[in-house]
Ligand binder design. Structure first.
Ligand code: DGL
Length: 277
């Protein structure tokens, strides 16, 4: 049981920001990652499409006999967890619930904010999850679609374009005296300094990926499914397009060099497309 990998999927390379925390939290675990780089972004697509893609990604990963499947993509986590739960024979964990739980824990009655893609914010998933922990909390939810391309282009927190965009999107959070902000997208942790700098020291930033890594550890411990072999942690990465770009851009998200990324052909993962054609 414990030699089985943790399977992680994302719309592309952003999920490596979640794997970064899994590696830190669970250094002995084998991880297998699928990035759907052929069909990224998910954050601008409909629920129907994202559910189909998320099922494709997860089903592809089942061939590795994982002990748990982690939906690292916030958009997929926001819209597809019930379908993934129903379809998969192993436990499924998304990033929304761990991030929401941490936000509710730290809010102390103050308004909470969530930032994410259009689809994540439009789904209302974070709002529901936060209020399931504390129905009295006010929740600001703001879509920040420009953050994803800025990060993928290599812009970082001190870039003037980032500073300007952060100010433009997040000014309402300052006005509302928000004290907790959830980074509800895989890419936003790479802009953490700009976001924290703009909102000021009183605001606590929650990284959903970090919270998810803690939850994965707890879930595996509960099931007595943690790896018992120390020093054997590893990552195998598979993508549906452009492995070279994944290696080059992805290492900033993972904070480790990435090598040997394997390309997966559409007939191995794209069942939903075949069903709809
Ligand atoms: N991984 C996505 C998320 O966390 C961001 C990129 C996309 O739109 O696919 O929502």
């Amino acid at each position: 049981m414990s030699a089985q990998p943790i399977a992680v999927f994302d719309s592309g390379l952003g999920g490596l920001s979640v794997v970064r925390h899994l590696r830190r939290q669970l250094p002995d675990e084998p991880i297998v990652y699928f990035g759907d780089t052929a069909r990224v972004p998910y954050g601008t697509k409909s629920k129907h499409t994202v559910v189909g893609f998320a099922l494709d990604c997860a089903r592809y990963l089942l061939r590795f006999d994982p002990k748990i499947v982690v939906a690292a993509c916030n958009t997929a986590s926001a819209v597809a967890i019930p379908e993934l739960d129903a379809a998969l024979p192993v436990p499924v964990l998304g990033v929304v619930e761990p991030g929401a739980a941490a936000a509710a824990r730290h809010a102390q009655g103050h308004p909470v904010a969530v930032i994410g893609t259009e689809a994540t914010i439009g789904s209302g998933a974070y709002l529901r999850a936060i209020q399931s922990h504390d129905p009295t909390l006010a929740v600001d939810a703001i879509a920040c679609p420009l953050f994803v391309p800025l990060v993928e282009e290599g812009r970082d927190s001190d870039d003037p374009l980032v500073t300007l965009t952060v100010k433009d999107y997040l000014q309402p959070l300052r006005d509302d005296d928000v004290r907790v902000v959830v980074l509800g997208c895989t890419h936003y942790p790479l802009l953490r300094d700009a976001i924290a700098g703009f909102l000021g020291g009183r605001v606590r930033i929650i990284d959903s990926g970090e919270e998810t890594a803690i939850r994965v550890q707890a879930t595996l411990a509960e099931r007595d499914a943690l790896s018992r072999t120390s020093g054997r942690g590893s990552i195998r990465s598979f993508v549906s397009d452009n492995p070279e770009r994944f290696e080059r851009v992805g290492s900033r998200f993972l904070n480790e060099p990435i090598d040997h990324v394997e390309l997966v052909e559409p007939d191995e993962y794209a069942w939903s497309a075949a069903q709809h054609s």
